[in-house]
Design a binder for this molecule. Structure first.
Ligand SMILES: Nc1ncnc2c1ncn2[C@@H]1O[C@H](COP(=O)(O)OP(=O)(O)OP(=O)(O)O)[C@@H](O)[C@H]1O
Ligand SMILES: [Mg+2]
Length: 380
């Protein structure tokens, strides 16, 4: 009678173990699997014969957690239970799953370990979610830091801008006040000089404000470029003509044969050439003529503007694209230190690059590239 009852109970128990929605296994004192239910087998992707008596539980724990497993095993030998311990197991496919392990030892009357029983719960989904949240948190953290940095740069820009604007404004106010003073007798020539200064400082203020607005529009991405296809040589020659009308300084050309046309904003490109040419003229004119080179590379054309002036010191070089930065070569020239940052932004908005090579005492070369194919232009 007892025999049948035990048999029925065993069958029931086995049925219950096999169909449970948690993993159940037993390990012998050598840590080999001696029993494993269907659920855990399907979780690990092994079949019964591949595990029973052939693999130890520690074999399927990821290498980083093997030491931890040893510690938990000793815990069990000391008749303590292992509760809700997170493990990552390697399945037969090589993929990993995250589980929670609950385990305890079963001992005989003499206190010797007969086997251990372990219950595992698949927490991969939860862990994957946790990892995703962690990744998102890191991304958020990076975005936050970038935002802080942008904020800091904005504040720095505003304070430098205010300083730059104040200089011509102070001159205008000073000259105007002098002109209005009753107790100062000014000759007609002085009078006209002061008015000229006011005009020139006013113009400078105007340039400064439009440069700042330009830069902020490009940075905010609200600048709309008027893309069209054109021959780069013609546009460079146009810019040089405008430059020479005021500066009467020789400019030489060296261009590759059969340069491809480019798809870009003509006026913005002219603006870049003018900025760089003016720099070459202002800061390099002790040297010799200016040379413009045009080369065709695989998917872009590269424009180089070279002078043989004093060059740029290595301490200035890393800062040339900082807003309002003016180097040692400036002497008494007037400028706001926005020409190069604006030029770089314009070129990068076109998908190109702008870079500078300079050797103190030998001269400076400013290069920029313009992609031949650009911004979704359709080729027929
Ligand atoms: N060809 C060059 N040779 C030597 N120094 C140069 C050259 N081009 C630029 N620089 C240095 O780089 C600095 C930054 O140039 P950038 O064009 O940005 O500003 P800027 O010319 O001072 O003012 P602006 O806003 O009027 O252009 C200059 O002040 C100058 O010191
Ligand atoms: Mg300049």
């Amino acid at each position: 009678m007892n025999y049948f009852r035990d048999r029925i109970d065993n069958e029931r128990l086995d049925n219950f173990f096999q169909n449970a929605l948690i993993g159940i296994h037993f390990l012998n004192p050598e840590r080999f699997f001696i029993y494993i239910n269907e659920y855990e087998l399907s979780l690990l992707g092994y079949n019964h014969d591949e595990l029973i008596g052939k693999k130890r539980f520690s074999d399927i724990v990821i290498p980083e957690q093997k030491k931890r497993f040893e510690a938990h095993w000793n815990h069990i030998l000391n008749k303590k239970t292992v509760q809700n311990m997170e493990y990552t197991l390697v399945c037969k496919s090589g993929q990993t799953i995250d589980i929670l392990l609950n385990a305890a030892g079963i001992f005989n009357n003499k206190g010797e370990l007969i086997n251990t029983r372990g219950i595992i719960i698949n927490i991969s989904q939860r862990k994957n979610l946790e990892r995703m949240i962690q990744r998102k948190n890191i991304q958020l953290d990076i975005a936050n830091k970038k935002l802080h940095e942008k904020n800091r740069l904005k504040s720095e820009f505003i304070s430098k801008a205010a300083h730059e604007l104040r200089t011509p404004l102070t001159s205008i106010i000073g000259f105007a006040q002098t002109l209005l003073m009753d107790d100062i007798e000014l000759s007609p020539q002085e009078h006209s000089e002061f008015l000229k200064m006011i005009l020139s400082e006013g113009k400078r203020l105007n340039t400064l404000i439009s440069d700042m607005m330009d830069l902020s529009k490009i940075e905010l991405g609200i600048i709309s470029l008027q893309y069209e296809r054109f021959d780069p040589v013609s546009i460079i020659k146009e810019a040089v003509n405008i430059f020479q009308e005021t500066n009467h300084f020789p400019v030489n050309f060296k261009t590759d044969e059969n340069l491809p046309s480019v798809y870009a904003d003509k006026n913005r490109l002219k603006q870049v050439i003018m900025n760089v040419l003016n720099n070459a003229y202002l800061y390099g004119k002790n040297g010799s003529d200016i040379l413009i080179t045009l080369k065709s590379s695989s998917d872009s054309i590269v424009v180089g503007i070279h002078d043989k002036g004093p060059g740029i010191s290595t301490s200035d070089l890393p800062h040339l694209f900082d807003k309002f930065y003016r180097g040692r070569t400036t002497d008494k020239t007037r400028g706001s230190g926005l020409g190069l940052p604006i030029s770089k932004e314009i070129i990068e908005t076109h998908g190109g690059k702008l870079w500078i090579q300079s050797t103190p005492g030998k001269g400076t070369s400013v290069f920029f590239s313009i992609p031949v194919q650009n911004h979704g232009e359709t080729i027929n």
